[in-house]
Design a protein around this ligand. Sequence first.
Ligand code: GLA
Length: 472
Amino acid sequence: MAKYSTFSLACVLLYLNDVATAASINSYNGLGLTPQMGWDNWNAFACEVNEELLLGTSEKIVQLGLRDLGYKYVILDDCWSSGRAANGSLVADSKKFPNGMKHVADELHGKDLLFGMYSSAGEYTCGGYPGSLDHEDADATSFASWDVDYLKYDNCFNRGQFGTPETSFKRYKAMSDALNKTGRPIFYSLCNWGQDLTSYWGSAISNSWRISGDITASFDRPDSRCPCDEDDYDCKLPGFHCSIMNILGKAAPMGQNAGPGGWNDLDCLEVGVGSLTDDEEVAHFSMWSIVKSPLVIGADVNKLDSTSYSVYANPAVIAINQDPAGVPATRIWRKQVPQVDGNGKGEIQLWSGPLDNGDQVVALLNGASIPMTMTAKVDDIFIDSDEVSVSSWIAYDLWANRLANSTASSIVQGGSLDYSKYYNATELPYASGLAKNDSRLLGQPVANVSIKSPLSAYVPAHGVALYRLKKA
Ligand code: GLA
């Protein structure tokens, strides 16, 4: 011991800590090695749920090729139950689900999809239906007996059992243990809105955790119903009606605690919900992908228009989200955009992150309300790497191969898919496609990038330019 000074011991510990951060975290139950993908009814249908909606939607998910792009979980949100039976077990509303939940699971499994369920770590769910607090074992047993594959677990009516990480952890761990006891692999998705620093303890007991109050289909509108901003790490009043930029800001410092097995959940996607512009939808989907949020479609897929569909159906962007290394991209810098004729409000940001095969993903995000030429220097993009001065890269534009609108239109209208061009992750998982440099996952090469030649793009208002950098 005398050999080492306190200083050098501290350095070793710091180094080990760095190594631990760089290595992947472990999945507590073996699930969620990449972020979950699927569909959830809440954003488009709220409480209007029934068997027909789930099964009809699942057919459309298959026809649109979304299942084969990886959107496998069909998640039934709140308002599905009619109460508890005399023996205490949860009962599905027989008007909404006349054939019961096991039937829904069987039908979904028959289509090679997975079934997601919802409950709350409270006395009631947010919609006022029975919650699972103090019923964890019984309810987990019911979910397993229905062959459920996924549980979204909410935070309403929690009898005040929050306020410290310990109280929240304990309440959510009870269901984690109960699910494990069933012996059925059930993906566990926490929905406690980031309260009590979830991202610091979520991975020990779950596969994903929400980091904010509920999303709304707005790019950046401030709303007092979403009172916590991105500097409020220990947000006690997460609220709802949170904009895309608000939630993204909250994700910026949280990447370090996510990785294979456990993910920061930025909430379901608003692509195809409300009236976001196409550029906003592209930016929203791109940013959720690169920070490794779950990609859960929030739209009514039966009414998707061709542009929103072609956002959800871009395998080159999904491949970033499903990258085997599972490292969330980091925000490198942010700059306020000065007012231009009263229109230039907002900020521009550079995000960058390493990928499994030595590639790098880079997003030039224009959060301002005017188009901007943005430039990213190589030593900013590779801020964590020391090879910058010697290497050069080819930048692949990940939106360049977006489905042509005529093709997307014909598919959303029921036309069939040309699988020779369309990516099928059921047959060729993203990890294998990436290992083979499948061109459908790369976009188009558009620029050479080096210390002498920075990455530059004209980025639309509320838009993004998204690249995969490969060593030249
Ligand atoms: C909360 C959750 C939402 C949704 C609703 C259902 O608000 O955060 O995602 O599940 O409850 O009532």
